[in-house]
Design a protein around this ligand. Structure first.
Ligand SMILES: Nc1nc2c(c(=O)[nH]1)N[C@H]1C(S)=C(S)[C@@H](COP(=O)(O)O)O[C@H]1N2
Ligand SMILES: [Mo]
Length: 225
């Protein structure tokens, strides 16, 4: 077995997971592949089928959630974000536009930011299959970000909108601002802000089981309805 990053513990399954507030939120259009591009670097445009005809890559990688669980060896398929950026974004950039930050938004209202440089890394994908099956609603249908060097909370599911900004957009989290790090690199244990990563391990671990239960109950209820 590969060594795990600092503070992580392997689990055998791959649970549907996230901030509790998102357990009951589902994508409005899990079959729509449309992505809207926005931000101050270009004029807003919606691409109906942005992945069509792009060359595909597959990837085996480990998935690390900030709450300390890791699922090893997932098999994703999709397109490289760097390729997507070259193909769909660069030709649309306004003259003199500077892009330093990418804001990623999901159909469920979830959002987060990453530096453009991190998004352009060789292993960042826009993935639409997992274990050779189309992405399920549980794991991010129709399309999600896969960025294995970053904690799960940067890997937006149900991706519907990508924005390109010169300055970092503010993600308002109020009292919970400590739960957001602008980069969230797993190797550096960048779990959050203001509080060291090793300390957050112990704060987060007790939250895993209740969150897994909430997310799986909500999904079961949705599938019954
Ligand atoms: N749209 C959206 N993306 C999201 C989340 C979410 O609630 N909504 N949760 C994040 C968190 S904290 C984690 S750990 C992973 C969980 O991915 P999984 O449900 O496929 O295990 O999704 C991330 N991306
Ligand atoms: Mo997470």
């Amino acid at each position: 077995m590969k060594r795990l990053p600092p503070g992580q513990q392997a689990r055998a399954d791959f649970p549907r997971f996230g901030l509790i507030a998102f357990a009951e939120r589902f994508p409005a259009a899990p079959d729509s592949t449309a992505i809207t591009l926005g931000g101050d670097a270009l004029d807003t445009v919606t691409l109906a089928t942005p992945l069509d005809k792009m060359s595909r890559v597959d990837q085996h990688s480990d998935f690390h959630c900030v709450t300390t669980w890791t699922r090893q060896e997932l098999h994703w398929d999709g397109v490289l974000f760097s390729h997507f950026y070259q193909q769909h974004v660069v030709p649309r950039l306004k003259d003199g536009a500077k892009v330093n930050w990418v804001l990623l938004r999901g159909q469920d209202g979830y959002r987060t930011i990453l530096p453009l440089a991190d998004m352009l890394a060789h292993d960042v994908l826009l993935a639409d299959t997992l274990e050779q099956q189309p992405l399920s609603v549980a794991h991010g249908a129709p399309l999600r970000v896969v960025a294995p060097a970053h904690y799960g909370y940067k890997q937006v599911k149900h991706l519907s909108r990508i924005e390109f900004w010169e300055h970092a957009p503010r993600i308002k989290r109020g009292l919970f601002a400590f739960m957001e790090h602008p980069r969230a690199r797993v190797a550096f244990e960048e779990r959050g802000s203001y509080v060291p990563g090793w300390l957050l391990r112990f704060l987060y671990r007790p939250l895993i089981q209740p969150a897994v239960a909430r997310f799986s109950d909500a999904l079961a209820r949705r599938q019954e309805a």
